[in-house]
Write a protein that binds this ligand. Structure first.
Ligand code: PLP
Length: 402
C-alpha cells in the first residue's frame, strides 16, 4: 500500500530528531556518547526513588495506579507552586498550572494551540532542536535571533519585530531558554532580560520561557526567571524534573495565564488524558521529603567537575581553529570545528569508526546555516570517557581536515 499518500499535510512537516537518532547509540557499550541531555546514570538517586515508589504504591496506590485529572495531581501542583516560589515565580493558584508528560509535551501542545501556517516565531539561534521540531508541523516562519555571552541579542530581536510588523505578519511568540541555554551554555544578562520584557510589553508579545537547566549552575550568573519579572501576564514558564531527578519519570510543568493553561489542558486531554499519576506522586514525594534539595547540590558538583574535564580535554586535543563556549551551567558544551569541517557529514564516521557520538550543530539553527558546530553533553559519560571521547572526536576532525 502507498501509505505516503495517506499522511496528512501536518505529518509531512514532521522532522526526525537528530538527538533521538543518536540516543539509539548512546546505550551501546562501546560507544562514548556526547549525544542526549541525559543525567549521569550512576548518580540517579535510585535507592531513594525505590523507597519512595514503594511507599507511594502502598499509601496512594488506589489513586496513583488509575487515571488522574488532566491538570495534574493536587499534591504535586501545590509542591510545584512552592518550588517555583523559591525562584521568585508567583502564580495565583493551581488554575495557572498544568503538569506535563515532560516539558517536551508542553512544546507540542503549545504549538498545537497557538500556531497557524506562516505565523512568526522568534527563537534563539541556536536553540533546542526538539522545540524547532515541535513547532515545524504547524508551518510557522521561525526566525533565529543570534546570541552572545549575554544571551539573545535583544536589539536584533526588536529590529526583526519591527520589520515583521511593517510587513503585516502575525507574530505569535518568542521562545527562549534564558538560563543555561541549550545548546549554547550562555545565560541572559539582567539587562537583556529587562530589555526582552520591555520589548514584549511594547509590541504586546507572548513569551514561552523554557527552564530545564537553571538548577545546574557552575558560575555566578543572572538567573531571575522572566516569569518572575512579568507584571503583565505575558510569560508562560516551563520546567521539568527530567534533569533534576530522572527523565524516565516524564514529569514537567507549565505555568501561565489561566486562559492559555485551559487551552493547553484541552489539547492534553486528547493527547494523553493525564501524565502518569504514579510518576507525579513520585515527583511530589521527591519535593516533599527534601530528596531534591539533598540531591541537587551533590549532582551539581559532579557535573561541574565533568564540565571542567571536558573543557581541559578540548584544550588538549582539539585542532587549531576549533572553539567552544565555557557553559555557565547546564549539560552541554557547544563547540565549533575549524571552518570547512561539516560535523553532520562526519557524524556517522565518528560513530562507526571512532565510536564517539555527538549532535551536529546544524539542527539547532532554524535556517540550518552553520555546518561546523556540534553539541557535546558532559553529564552522561564518565570522566574517563569524556577524555577519551574528546580525543577520538579530535581524531575524526583532524582526519577530515587532511
Ligand atoms: C530546552 C529543553 N526543553 C525541553 C526539554 C524536554 O525535556 P523533558 O521533556 O524531558 O522535560 C529539553 C530536554 O532536553 C530541553 O533541553
Amino acid at each position: 500500500m502507498n501509505y505516503e499518500k495517506l499522511f496528512s499535510k501536518t505529518a509531512g512537516h514532521m522532522r526526525p530528531s537528530e538527538i533521538r537518532r543518536l540516543l539509539r547509540w548512546a546505550t551501546q557499550k562501546d560507544i562514548i556518547s556526547f549525544g542526549g541531555g541525559i543525567p549521569d546514570p550512576k548518580n540517579i538517586p535510585k535507592e531513594d526513588l525505590a523507597e519512595i515508589t514503594k511507599r507511594v504504591i502502598l499509601e496512594y496506590g488506589e489513586e496513583a495506579l488509575i487515571y488522574g485529572p488532566t491538570r495534574g495531581n493536587n499534591i504535586l501542583l501545590e509542591e510545584v507552586i512552592k518550588f517555583m516560589g523559591k525562584n521568585g515565580i508567583k502564580v495565583k493558584g493551581v488554575e495557572e498550572l498544568v503538569i506535563l508528560t515532560g516539558s517536551q509535551q508542553g512544546l507540542d501542545l503549545w504549538a498545537r494551540v497557538l500556531l497557524n501556517p506562516g505565523d512568526i516565531v522568534f527563537v534563539e539561534a541556536p536553540t533546542y532542536l526538539a522545540a524547532l521540531n515541535a513547532f515545524a508541523p504547524y508551518q510557522p516562519n521561525i526566525i533565529g535571533i543570534p546570541l552572545d555571552d549575554n544571551g539573545m541579542k535583544t536589539d536584533i530581536l526588536e529590529e526583526k519585530i519591527k520589520e515583521n510588523i511593517r510587513r503585516k505578519r502575525k507574530i505569535k511568540f518568542i521562545y527562549t531558554i534564558p538560563t543555561c541555554q541549550n545548546p549554547s551554555g550562555y545565560s541572559m544578562s539582567l539587562d537583556r532580560r529587562k530589555h526582552l520584557m520591555e520589548i514584549a510589553s511594547k509590541y504586546d508579545l507572548l513569551i514561552l520561557e523554557d527552564d530545564p537547566y537553571s538548577y545546574f549552575l557552575y558560575e555566578k550568573v543572572e538567573t531571575t526567571p522572566l516569569k518572575a519579572m512579568d507584571n503583565e501576564d505575558r510569560v508562560v514558564f516551563m520546567s521539568t524534573f527530567s534533569k533534576m531527578i530522572a527523565p524516565g519519570l516524564r514529569v514537567g510543568w507549565m505555568a501561565g495565564n489561566e486562559k492559555i493553561i485551559e487551552k493547553i489542558i484541552l489539547a492534553k486531554e486528547v493527547a494523553d488524558l493525564c501524565t502518569s499519576p504514579l510518576s507525579q506522586y513520585i515527583a511530589a514525594e521527591a519535593l516533599k521529603t527534601g530528596l531534591l534539595e539533598k540531591h541537587l547540590p551533590r549532582i551539581r558538583e559532579i557535573y561541574r567537575e565533568k564540565r571542567d574535564v571536558m573543557m581541559s580535554s578540548l584544550e588538549t586535543y582539539m585542532p587549531n581553529g576549533s572553539k567552544w563556549v565555557k557553559p555557565v551551567g547546564g549539560m552541554f558544551i557547544f563547540a565549533w570545528a575549524p571552518e570547512g569541517v561539516d560535523t553532520e557529514l562526519i557524524a556517522q564516521k565518528a560513530i562507526e569508526k571512532y565510536k564517539v557520538a555527538y549532535v551536529p550543530g546544524r539542527s539547532f539553527y532554524p535556517d540550518k546555516s552553520v555546518r561546523n558546530a556540534m553539541r557535546l553533553n558532559f553529564t552522561y559519560p564518565s570522566k574517563e570517557q569524556i577524555v577519551e571521547g574528546v580525543r577520538r572526536l579530535s581524531q575524526v576532525i583532524k582526519e577530515e581536515m587532511r
